[in-house]
Design a protein around this ligand. Structure first.
Ligand code: GLN
Length: 198
């Protein structure tokens, strides 16, 4: 059973993607529901709001412990921010689970008007490109030695600099994306993230 953290954000699309792929999934709003899942999706949305609501639901410590004990997880967009070791451009008091050794810049791809889509080649998936929607997405600016890059996207920033940015990364039982794989009807990253359970 895969859980989708359901305090705020893009919960339904993840549940739909998992169900369409034949994976049993349920929303996780409270501690009792966390206990009945084997893996957890951290959806996109607004990481500042999610952080507040996770604490209000008493889920911060239990999720921290589940991640520390190796629970498979998929973090997407704001979910990547929630898992990151370090956040640039967060609110001063913004916390994260620090389970994934990456630095992210919130809204690093620019404002809503700079939202974009791209076709990605993802290591570990078959050759068919994956369509990816980036919506006020975080930019990964540094990864630790234990983190593997599974996909990059070429990007020109507002200051004119161009580089290939990591947009799918993995470390241990965690896979994270700066985009929204749940919006494109393609379950391959979900299946990859939870392969050990399926
Ligand atoms: N900008 C959002 C944040 O900082 C993430 C956007 C998203 O999840 N689409 O949390």
């Amino acid at each position: 059973m895969i859980g989708v953290l359901a305090v705020q954000g893009d919960v339904e699309a993840h549940l739909g993607t998992l169900a369409a792929a034949g994976v049993r999934a349920q929303a996780v709003k409270r501690v009792s529901e966390l206990a009945s899942v084997d893996g957890l999706v951290f959806p996109g949305g607004e990481s500042t709001t999610q952080a507040l609501l996770i604490e209000a639901a008493g889920l911060r410590r239990p999720i921290e412990e589940a991640l520390a004990s190796g629970m498979p997880a998929l973090g997407t967009c704001a979910g990547l921010i929630m898992l990151a070791r370090s956040i640039v451009g967060g609110r001063p008091d913004q916390w994260s689970f620090r389970a994934l050794d990456v630095t992210v810049v919130r809204n690093g791809f620019g404002r809503q008007v700079r939202s974009f889509e791209a076709d990605l080649t993802v290591r570990g998936l078959d050759a068919k490109p994956m369509r990816a929607a980036f919506i006020r997405a975080p930019v990964i600016t540094a990864i630790g030695p234990g983190v593997t890059t599974l996909a990059t996207v070429p990007y020109e920033f507002d200051d004119g600099s161009k580089r290939d940015v990591d947009v799918v990364v993995a470390q241990g039982a965690i896979v994270a994306t700066s985009f929204h794989p749940e919006l494109v009807g393609d379950p391959r990253l979900h299946l990859l993230a939870f392969a050990s359970l399926l």
